[in-house]
Ligand binder design. Structure first.
Ligand SMILES: Cc1ncc(COP(=O)(O)O)c(C=O)c1O
Length: 475
């Protein structure tokens, strides 16, 4: 007798084409319903560490289960433990939402399941990736001198750039210790990259910022001069356009001038804000970035291709290949074509280019620009509405889609406690989710508008909720 809960499999032990079709219909119906109703769910689940794992079973099952049963368990056990990044009230961190086009593209990527490590292992995957990156590069107003590829995260992209910078500096000044420079506000992925590249964390100089939290070129010049005088090679400068805490912008032209005095590699971290260069009215904030040796931006943040999709652009492909130039005999193809695995650490490469290509095709650059503009306008309006009436003060002016603020009052310790309480109250509503940072030892609430699902109505709800919490906690 066959067990009715055991699905029939074909002779390879794989689902039959009919089973696959049924499963895809069930999964896609669920996905569409989920996204239509996500607004009704609390953004952050009320679970404790270990709650979900305890319900998943201790051991892998010996026997296959029908997909319908597994989907039911997914809905009942796993989804209630998710944080809903595609909820329109998600305004924490930098949002990483996913457009419908990217959800559909992910399905195609999984269906073909190709590995884009070599051109030969899937020629179209390499060429879709390089085409989509070229389209993006053009939209950003960067010169054709930049090539690029897609990696998983900005951390990996920056690490790959650090390796290239290390190689170039070592070739020029063999044996000398190397130093890397980034502002005090740079993302921790720069620290990690410097550590992972073996340069040593203490050789990352955190350069002082001005009151706008942008790197001071004069401080950079002094730090590089001091190192060079001590026999240390200034290998690399990382400028940031859109810092993690406040979306501050380093003055890239000035930073590039200083970097070039020492022949240092210039890398720009525009992981979050990079897409704003698609807007002519925001381009001035990017002045000088076309002088960089490499640039990272994450379409999985503000362009809403789903995680993961990080674009690394570079001027000198040979310099990018040099640190890890190694092709074993079993990977030699002799095609003379571009093999993307030659840049960076991973060999296996997902077909991420399809997500970016489908995004451009299904959404179009005009729509993308409108979304970015809408987010910036919403952030500016949030800043006005939050500060109206004096409950909150801005810590810095809103930048791109990000607003940083705190409760107002004379006692900094009490106000920090209050800002913390406001954030906790608002997040507990489940309808809005904001996050925090710490600046000059003061607690700061961050609201970042970056989800394709967020509307002015959601923004107003967030502001109302924040204001109510601030009023309720006022002394
Ligand atoms: C400015 C900046 N750079 C880099 C990163 C790291 O991004 P990823 O998670 O893609 O490594 C972040 C993350 O938010 C960021 O804000």
């Amino acid at each position: 007798m066959t067990n009715p809960s055991t699905p029939p499999l074909d002779q390879t032990g794989e689902w039959t084409p009919e089973q696959l079709r049924e499963a895809l219909v069930l999964a896609s119906d669920w996905a569409a319903e989920y996204r239509a109703g996500v607004r009704e769910r609390p953004i952050v689940p009320g679970v404790q560490p270990g709650d979900i794992a305890a319900r998943l079973g201790d051991h892998a099952p010996d026997r296959p289960a029908p997909f319908a049963d597994v989907l039911r368990e997914f809905k009942n056990t796993i989804v209630p433990g998710l944080t809903h990044w595609n909820h329109p009230g998600f305004m924490a961190y930098f949002c990483s939402s996913s457009r419908g086009a990217s959800v559909a593209a992910e399905l195609l990527v999984a269906a073909v399941g190709v590995n884009a490590m070599l051109w030969r292992t899937s020629p179209a995957a390499t060429e879709v990736e390089t085409t989509a990156v070229k389209w993006l590069r053009e939209c950003l107003g960067l010169p054709a001198a930049y090539d690029g590829l897609i990696l998983d995260t900005a951390s990996t992209s920056t690490f790959t750039a650090v390796l290239a910078a290390r190689e170039r500096a070592t070739a020029r000044h063999a044996g000398a210790p190397l130093a890397v420079y980034a502002s005090e506000q740079a993302h921790s992925s720069v620290d990690k990259s410097v550590m992972a590249a073996g340069i040593g964390r203490t050789m990352l100089r955190h350069v002082e910022c001005d009151h706008q939290l942008s790197m001071r070129p004069a401080a950079l010049r002094e730090a590089m001069r001091r190192d060079a005088a001590a026999g240390i090679t200034p290998a690399m400068v990382v400028g940031t356009i859109g810092t993690t805490s406040t979306a501050a912008v380093d003055p890239i032209d000035g930073v590039a001038d200083v970097a070039s005095e020492h022949g240092a590699w210039l890398h720009i971290d525009a992981a979050y804000a990079g897409p704003a260069a698609m807007l002519p009215e925001q381009r001035h904030r990017f002045t000088g970035w076309q002088r960089a040796d490499s640039i990272v931006l994450n379409p999985h943040k503000w362009l809403a291709t789903s995680l993961d999709c990080s674009v690394l652009l570079y001027r000198d492909a040979e310099a990018m290949r040099a640190p890890l130039a190694l092709t074993p005999a079993y990977l030699e193809t002799g095609t003379g074509a571009e093999n993307l695995m030659e840049i960076g650490l991973p060999l296996g490469r997902r077909f991420r280019g399809l997500k970016l290509w489908v995004l451009f095709k299904c959404v179009g650059t005009e729509n993308i620009r409108n979304t970015l503009r809408g987010h910036i306008a919403m952030a500016e309006s949030a800043a006005r509405k939050l500060t109206d009436g004096g409950l909150f003060e801005l810590v810095v002016p809103p930048s791109f889609g990000t607003v940083c603020f705190r409760t107002t009052g004379d006692d900094p310790v009490a106000e920090d406690r209050r800002s913390r309480a406001v954030m906790a109250q608002v997040n507990a509503t489940g309808g809005t989710y904001v996050s925090h940072t710490v600046l000059g030892e003061r607690y700061v609430i961050r609201l970042s508008v970056g989800s394709v699902h967020t509307t002015p109505r959601d923004l107003d709800a967030a502001v109302t909720s924040l204001r109510a919490a601030a009023a309720a906690t006022a002394g």
